[in-house]
Design a protein. Structure first.
Length: 144
């Protein structure tokens, strides 16, 4: 067997044989569908020069969305501002999905300010809220 293409696993994974040649691979999904998919949004272009030769595998990016997870322990008032600055500096916010997991203790005034910001995003009152969904491919995760 020169090469075996596998399916269903959402992240790209290559498997080497005893000689170190990659003859079996999952390409992953063409677009990531969750925050735990670390090598999704690709297709594999596989060339086999001749029977028995090691496959030449090229990864081609097809995904348009970036999925980022931020996990922070917040204990000082300035730490929320630092996180906000990081989020503001994202290079393509219109194509970026962000999961924030925050823990810690904050002053009530800071919590109220952030709660209002998150409500605006959730309710769609933010000017760009919801525009990213139009970029997401139709199918199982987006029904039109």
């Amino acid at each position: 067997m020169d090469y075996l293409a596998l399916g269903h696993f959402h992240s790209k994974t290559l498997y080497a044989d005893d000689d170190g040649a990659f003859r079996m691979a999952y390409s992953g999904t063409h677009e990531a569908t969750g925050f735990t998919e670390h090598a999704s949004g690709n297709v594999l272009v596989v060339e086999i020069p001749h029977r028995g030769a090691a496959p030449q595998i090229q990864t081609v990016r097809t995904g348009s969305l970036e999925w980022l997870s931020y996990r922070r322990k917040i204990e000082q008032p300035g730490e929320m501002g630092k996180l906000a600055a990081e989020l503001d500096a994202l290079p393509a916010p219109e194509r970026t999905l962000v999961e924030c997991v925050l823990e810690g203790t904050l002053l009530a005034t800071i919590m109220r300010r952030w709660a209002k910001s998150w409500r605006s995003l959730r309710d769609g009152s933010c000017s760009d809220a919801g525009k990213w969904i139009a970029l997401y491919p139709t199918g199982r995760t987006r029904v039109v």
